[in-house]
Design a binder for this molecule. Structure first.
Ligand SMILES: Cc1ncc(COP(=O)(O)O)c(C=O)c1O
Length: 384
């Protein structure tokens, strides 16, 4: 069988295996000292004042909304090109997601579309850092400040990333990160919430663990009182030390893994530059650097994206599609009024987008294999 390159694969080494094993042997596998230490390391890495490790990015988005007091009667502006969790968590908070279109080249939330969607009920904007490239957070911050709105970053794709002198969580009220298996850093499942305000972060922490005023580690430590109070109807979103131990090792390699992703992106950009009609993702600039979580190409007119993906699969290349816009899904079409709007950029992009393999464990031969297969399949598809 010839070479197979999957769409994504985590980079798990001896350090991760040893770190998780040490927690398993320690006698405490729940949320405890390792999670606290990992939180401190993320706070230092991101320069974030308040951080909370959680068991998913979805949990981080949900808690951001709850802790910022967003609920029934509120509208939250969300790009339609995103994963369903970005808008579903708004619904779980009891608020209404208002879908808006994205910018043509980068597929990031369109700031002018956000401005047009504002109503007296708007309470927040969730900016998605699509594919790992940060949305225009400085423009969004100004807009939110002018209208008294909260700015939340869905940074599931962007760790690390930088734009205009800031990083995810730098100027927003809250930022939510994901450590799902395919993400730039992974703990299999996991999430991180950073918040600007200490009181909101404290609310999020209580809500993340049943609304109980003391965490399990404090209650179950030898000699400590087992009694506690319940101060809110909480959730169960905390990250256990087994996952934090894995994540702490991943954080140690965050910059090296991003550098490898950037090398892969640079190689693809060079190898695919002259393919007619193919739109490549934007390049890094000194003020806009991606995590390179995804390498999303947009196919030229007249090509059948799913047929191209199937043909690449036959060449041993895994691909994915990011994203079918939310307004096209049956739930949003029937239950979310804004899904009836016009989203010309998202609709057009959805017919063209294809995500190529990009993960730090790829070898140079893997990169070459993917680039050669993409050239061959696209040249055949356009009949050259
Ligand atoms: C843009 C975006 N937001 C939120 C999430 C949810 O993260 P998680 O799977 O960790 O809950 C994901 C991904 O999986 C995502 O791609």
């Amino acid at each position: 069988m010839s070479r197979q390159v999957p769409f994504a694969a985590p980079l798990i080494g001896a350090a991760e295996i040893e770190a998780v094993t040490a927690v398993l042997r320690s006698g405490w596998i729940g949320t405890g000292a390792v999670t606290a230490d990992t939180e401190q390391r993320f706070a230092d890495y991101l320069g974030a004042p308040h951080v909370l490790l959680l068991n998913s990015g979805t949990a981080a988005l949900h808690l951001a909304l709850l802790a910022l007091g967003i609920g029934p009667g509120d509208e939250v502006i969300v790009p339609t090109v995103t994963f369903t969790a970005t808008a579903a968590t708004v619904l779980h908070a009891g608020a209404v997601p208002v879908l808006v279109d994205v910018e043509p080249d980068t597929l990031r939330i369109d700031v002018e579309a956000v401005r047009r969607a504002l109503t007296p009920r708007t309470r927040a904007v969730v900016a998605v850092h699509f594919a790992g490239r940060m949305a225009d957070v400085r423009a969004l911050r100004s807009l939110c400040d002018a209208h008294g709105l909260r700015l939340i970053e869905d940074s599931a794709h962007a760790l690390p990333a930088e734009r205009d002198g800031t990083v995810p969580g730098g100027i927003a009220d809250a930022a939510a990160f994901s450590f799902f298996v395919t993400k730039p850093l992974t703990s299999a499942e996991g999430g991180l919430l950073t918040m600007a305000d200490g009181d909101a972060a404290a609310r999020a922490r209580v809500l993340s663990a049943h609304g109980i005023d003391r965490d399990a580690f404090a209650r179950h430590s030898f000699g400590r009182s087992p009694h506690y109070d319940v101060v809110a109807p909480g959730l169960k979103y905390n990250m256990p030390d087994t996952a934090s131990a894995l994540l702490r090792c991943q954080l140690d390699q965050a910059d090296a893994m991003r550098a490898r992703r950037r090398d892969i992106a640079t190689a693809y950009l060079a190898a695919l530059a002259d393919l007619p009609g193919l739109r490549l993702p934007p390049v890094d600039t000194p003020t806009d650097t991606s995590s390179w979580y995804l390498f999303v190409v947009q196919l030229g007119d007249g090509l059948d994206r799913d047929a191209v993906a199937a043909e690449l699969h036959r060449h041993g290349v895994g691909t994915s599609v990011h994203f079918r816009p939310l307004h096209q899904f049956s739930y949003y079409r029937t239950e979310v009024a804004s899904a009836a709007g016009e989203f010309p950029v998202a609709d057009d992009a959805f017919t063209r987008v294809l995500s190529l393999p990009i993960f730090p464990g790829m070898s140079d031969e893997d990169i070459e294999h993917v680039a050669t297969a993409v050239r061959a399949v696209l040249e055949q598809a356009v009949g050259r």
